[in-house]
Write a protein that binds this ligand. Structure first.
Ligand SMILES: CSC[C@H]1O[C@H](OP(=O)(O)O)[C@H](O)[C@@H]1O
Ligand SMILES: Nc1ncnc2[nH]cnc12
Length: 316
């Protein structure tokens, strides 16, 4: 099976290494110059949305760097969290060349100090999805086990955390660490659940970190989620529980900050000094060992075909 990316992108702006996944309220990246739009297909189906290739000028060399942008819930937020085709999303971005992904997410705050409109760069995840979402590339005759102790990429995370200065507004803060609880949804939590997540040490809650982060790990892609707090979920007895209007209202009101933050992160990642990071050189080949547990005699042709689409030449 050949990679079947329909590529109008002629590569003239150089290889695509950096991708942004937009979440709720961030279906596009206004203010960035679009070069082309791609409609890729993958062995796991089409991704959530067309992939826009944007041109971003490197602040150091002035060179235009191509950035891939994908909208997690579709162009019009038509995909529920459990319907997001995360395997296709990650596979399509990797096939395009992306090795560093910055993923945005609107989250509920589980901590007083994480105020609505504050940002959080989490370093841990607790999985509260229910096993209904496809969550691995390794199945059907090719078993693989990757380490997930660090669900986000530490090197990419360090770069993202340095960009907090780009945020403007009264008291808007960047919180540099925290545990993200990823629940199944689409219904929000009960108060008992919300209090339990707080007792577990959760900092914030969303419905999108998984399986996205797991699949990026399997795909040898440096991945960091950037969260914007939109509500206090339902644990605070004193005020109204989370609603969609609350989430969208805060996302909209703070969209300029989200855009500034992405811009600052892209500025930083476009610098020559991060060339190895955006190629994820530190992860290259990692999956070869992790996927070698199935002896050749037990490997199915179908599984090998799919995996070789994603990792050409890795597995025989
Ligand atoms: C509209 S509130 C719930 C919705 O918002 C978050 O989306 P995303 O992570 O894509 O920004 C959350 O995960 C839920 O999917
Ligand atoms: N309270 C909440 N729970 C789950 N996902 C969310 N996304 C934004 N707010 C949320």
């Amino acid at each position: 099976m050949e990679p079947s990316i329909t590529t109008d992108y002629d590569g003239s702006a150089g290889p695509i290494r950096i991708a942004v996944i937009g979440g709720t309220g961030l279906q596009s990246l206004p203010g960035f110059h679009p070069l082309t739009t791609l409609r890729p297909s993958t062995p796991w189906g089409p991704p959530s949305s067309p992939i826009t290739i944007l041109s971003h000028p490197s602040p150091t060399s002035g060179r235009a760097i191509p950035i891939a942008f994908l909208s997690r819930h579709g162009l019009h937020h038509e995909l529920a969290p459990h319907e997001v085709p995360s395997r296709a999303n990650i596979a399509a971005l990797r096939a395009l060349g992306a090795r560093a992904i910055v993923a945005f997410s609107a989250v509920g705050s589980l901590r007083e100090e994480l105020k609505p409109r504050d940002f959080l760069v989490p370093d841990q995840i607790v999985d509260r999805t229910k096993g209904v979402r496809p969550f691995t590339f390794f199945e059907g005759g090719m078993v693989g086990h990757v380490g997930f102790a660090e669900p986000f990429d530490g090197v990419l995370g360090a770069v993202v955390r340095r960009c907090g200065e780009s945020l403007v507004g009264d008291g808007v803060r960047l919180h540099e660490e925290g545990t993200l609880v990823c629940m199944e949804g689409p219904q929000f939590s009960t108060r008992a659940e919300s209090n339990m997540y707080r007792a577990w040490g959760g900092t914030a809650i969303n419905m999108s970190a998984l399986p996205e982060a797991k699949l990026a790990k399997e795909a040898e892609i440096a991945y960091q989620m950037i969260c914007m707090s939109t509500d206090y979920d339902c644990w605070r007895g004193t005020e109204e529980s989370v609603t969609v209007e609350m989430v969208m209202g805060n996302m909209k009101a703070n969209s300029e900050n989200a855009r500034r933050f992405v811009g600052a992160v892209l500025d930083e990642l476009s610098k020559e000094e991060h060339a190895d990071l955006v190629e994820a050189k530190h992860l290259e080949g990692m999956i070869k060992g992790a996927g070698a547990i199935t002896a050749p005699a037990g490997r199915s042709k179908e599984a090998l075909e799919k995996l070789n689409w994603l990792f050409p030449g890795y597995f025989q």
